[in-house]
Design a protein around this ligand. Structure first.
Ligand SMILES: C[S@@+](CC[C@H](N)C(=O)[O-])C[C@H]1O[C@@H](n2cnc3c(N)ncnc32)[C@H](O)[C@@H]1O
Length: 297
């Protein structure tokens, strides 16, 4: 009988460095409390950065469509929507996207004339999905089946309200959980998304989580994630976005060590399809965006 690899843990995963920062023991509860209060405020603030997330979600869609076309997996029907007719045009940069520095980008395809492969019923997971806008909205428009996970009940209530039809039809399922508590079998998802969310995990957990995502992805499945470019052992602010209850925590390995982790995932590894760095318009922070595909071995 085939044995299933055990779930990667802090004990079994090799870290790219050490951390002296002491993470508060009640980190997850504090993050949950903060987002429960500031979610509407955060969602309003982040509207000005919305175009950038739409841009990367659209690029992900294009990579999935191209991969399906190349492997002949057209889903259960072809989607005759031309890429230019997507609900959300891919190149509307807001103020935050002006300083895009394309470091390692393979441009998504623009092949016209052939039907666009359907992504219907592809299985997608978004961790730290917030209100589901705009990324889950784009995946749902492609008729994917999605699971949105978030620590914050407020965020998930907003997601529920945004997508009543998909929620009642079970095309969208919401889970109020710490992403580190998720357990799925291997080869479960076609897509895993984590935008501005792994950044809230202690960085050793980020490594573990990436190993788990690799395991959950089907061969040919893709991740879309972003990470801080600068290395941050741990940073805490008491009043993020000027909010009285905006206690917040972030961390990250930085660009090179994060890429090292992704490059060392295995067996078989990931093919990096897109790696770009953008500057966050309002804060000046540099963010690395990754789209990577689990190799078929
Ligand atoms: C900065 S917001 C990003 C939301 C959305 N992805 C976006 O791009 O607008 C981070 C979200 O991650 C959630 N989050 C933070 N830590 C989490 C964890 N350990 N597990 C699940 N969700 C988490 C927060 O509640 C919050 O909704």
């Amino acid at each position: 009988m085939a044995t299933i690899d055990p779930t990667p843990t802090l004990e079994t995963v090799t870290q790219p460095g050490t951390t002296s920062f002491r993470t508060p023991p009640d980190l997850k509860a504090r993050l949950k409390n903060s987002y429960d209060v500031i979610a509407p405020f955060y969602n309003q603030w982040t509207l000005s950065h919305r175009a950038q997330r739409m841009d990367y979600a659209t690029k992900l869609i294009h990579f999935l469509q191209r991969d399906n076309r190349q492997t002949g997996q057209n889903g259960d029907s072809a989607d005759n929507t031309d890429e230019t007719e997507l609900e959300h045009p891919p190149h509307q940069h807001g103020d935050s996207a002006d300083d895009t520095d394309e470091t390692e980008t393979e441009h998504p395809p623009h092949q016209h004339g052939s039907p666009i492969p359907s992504l219907r019923h592809m299985h997608a997971l978004e961790v730290g999905c917030g209100s589901g806008v705009p990324v889950l909205e784009i995946l749902l428009a492609k008729e994917m089946d999605v699971i949105g996970v978030d620590l914050s009940a407020t965020q998930l209530a907003l997601a529920n309200a945004h997508f009543p039809n998909q929620t009642s039809g079970l095309q969208a399922v919401w889970a109020e959980e710490d992403m580190m508590d998720l357990r799925y079998p291997p080869d479960e998802f076609d897509v895993v998304v984590g935008l501005y969310s792994l950044i809230h995990l202690p960085r050793e957990e980020q490594t573990v989580f990436l190993h788990r995502v690799f395991r959950w992805l089907k061969p040919g499945g893709m991740l879309l994630m972003n990470f801080p470019v600068e290395e941050v052992e741990g940073a805490i602010t008491q009043h993020w976005l000027g909010h009285q209850q905006g206690w917040m925590f972030w961390s990250g390995w930085g660009e090179e060590k994060t890429m090292q982790i992704i490059d060392e995932l295995g067996p078989g590894g990931m093919e990096v399809l897109l790696r770009e760095v953008t500057e966050h318009g309002s804060t000046g922070d540099k963010i690395m965006w990754i789209i990577a595909k689990k190799r078929r071995v």
